[in-house]
Write a protein that binds this ligand. Sequence first.
Ligand code: X5A
Ligand code: ZN
Length: 770
Amino acid sequence: MRTALVYHEEMTAARLLWDDPECEIERPERLTAAVERLQQGGLEQRCLQLAAREASEAELGLVHRSDPPGATHHRGHRLGRASTQPAPVLKTELPTCLSFTTGWMGEGTVSPEYVSLLRGTQALSTEELQALSGQYDAVYFHPSTFHCARLAAGAALQLVDAVLTGTAHNGFALVRPPGHHSQRAAANGFCVFNNVAIAARYAQKQHGVCRILIVDWDVHHGQGIQYIFEDDPSVLYFSWHRYEHGRFWPYLRESDADAVGLGPGRGFTVNLPWNQVGMGNADYMAAFLHVLLPVAFEFDPELVLISAGFDSAIGDPEGQMQATPECFAHLTQLLQVLAGGRVCAVLEVTGSKGGSLAGCQGAVRGGLLYLAGRPAWAGGTLPRSQPCLVVSLFSPCSQGGYHLESLSQCVCMVVKALLGDPAPPLLGPMVPQHSALESIQSVWAAQAPHWTSLWQQGSTPTLSLSTCSPERRPSAVSPGGPKGKAAEAQTSAVLSSLLDQLHLYTTPPVRTVIALTAPAAALVLPPEVLHQEGSAPPEETQAWARLHEALTQDTAFTALGKVLHLLNGILDGQVSSGIVTTPVAAPTLEVVLRQGLSHGAQRVFCVALGQLDRPPDLANDGRTLWLNIRGKEAAALSTFHVSVPLSGTTGGFLSCILALVLPLAYGFQPDLVLVALGPAHGLQDPQAALLAALLRGPAGGRVLVLVEQESTCQLVGVLARVLHGEPPPSLGPFSMASPDDLQALVHLRGQLEAQWEMLQLLLECHELVA
Ligand code: X5A
Ligand code: ZN
């Protein structure tokens, strides 16, 4: 994978020159800390490093051009306090990708007043800068702001150029100032030019891309992006944000779930408001699986832009959320299956690392919650040499306690995911909060009329809700509240003793291995995929072969030796993933499963495709979750034995993967995923590839795929490439799921959601509220 990293040191020049508590968190150190972290982790060197260029004024004019008559300078329907601005004119005529022709270089240029105003700031005195800053909400200007902001926008454009010309597959623009609050003619929330919005327009205009997905995972609503594209169906804008029923900045009515876009753009704005703080990994994953991804697959973007703010991560005092850094690697991986992997992340903010003791305390509390929820094996019970645990999140803090470095860790996690490294497993309880489910439900209610994949799955919503009734059940987490010095010291002590038990999750040196029983000349693989020659010792192989007559046969025996060797490599942390071909998938799968369970894996998620039955004498002890995908069969035989039908439609297949397979997998938190493509598996290559790509997530990238020999070389090749981190091929045009497929899904979910909380969707919310 070629990942571009776009940066320029001069973007650190702008800083606050006067006292302003609201703005002081936007500091240059946040950017430099992230860059240093990337250097220390050896990540910067693995990327294609590009020096940011300035965006031209014409490029800025793609978004920041003169308003049409009647439009206002500022926008917004403020909630919870008196509006400080004149009532906004809501609808302005915005172009679609087909009709957009004005404001571009050379084409009858409109006077870019906002850009001129910004150009003028370079010569202003501090007093004048402060006065001008005061005209906007949460903004400060510095003599270097114009230069920095042009570099920030330019960096986003360079990244888009690199990805859309094929110089890079994906990338990250590390920029300052941020962009997503910036509006056509207004700075807002530290943002001067709307870097991501400009990049989207530029991609359309300069590269002929039409459909663009913007994913804004910053903790604030990127209202600027929403306004710019609100009536444009060519840009799908998704944002989740701390909202608290309108009591959080920027206090806008239009940040709620029922703001879905205007005119032809209806349904192309997707807002997911969080009404409580403390949202964590399970909530974020649920939001992606149940809202963003179904819509995104249906939209079928040609390019994905991420407004990558990390104030939505644990440790940020503004956001007060609980998602850990690895979560952002998972979010990135999930987006990489879209748009042929053309993903451009543009930094919004790295989050405000608590510089004060107060920030430290919040971080410690968050850290404790984070550690308390870890699965049993995380403390080092995995008997093999490489316990699978995550990240050195904490570092000694000057006051003797700990504070999080999670915010620059997040940037590293995203870059690693872009590079194709497996994401560390998600720890902590994978149980979405009730309030999160309510928010998700309100988005479903608002968006179901616009997206087949949403209305098909839900009992059709009858009420159009803004966010559901508040505070029905207390949040799982109660953040905030002052803590005494003694308590703080105690917390730190507990934390450090927990830390002593922790190990680093290390990325295995070998990412993907392939072991074939017969040479396959037609197989084209990336050079980094290793062909495994080795086998397990014959005694070990023989011992297992006794289990089934079929395994003693020539090729089957060779394959068994190879698969055992590969499994050992995975359990030892030497290899992340691999593929083995065998003439007899069923008995081989059984051996791999048993060997895995007896040699270090605590939980194994087994996905059997085609005619592969669960071994009848396998212990039903909750250590194996067996999932069959085949034919028309829908049955939950137990909590840990589920059979789902294989759908012939893309819509049905996607619903099955997003609404069932992945929630089960992430909820189970396996440390190994086994995938077996058995006789008559019936999967098309792109379906198998998508499944394999997404199953890299739940077990920290530990995936072993068994392919029955009759399968084509092409299938093996495509599986090897996705396990190695390449994007899966497209499933083809979206087709609606059949009523049978949906019924099966609803039925299974009904049976399983009590035990598997990641499946929950709260579809009864309507009745409760009504
Ligand atoms: C980019 C960003 C936040 C502004 C907060 C103002 N801006 N209270 O995170
Ligand atoms: Zn933010």
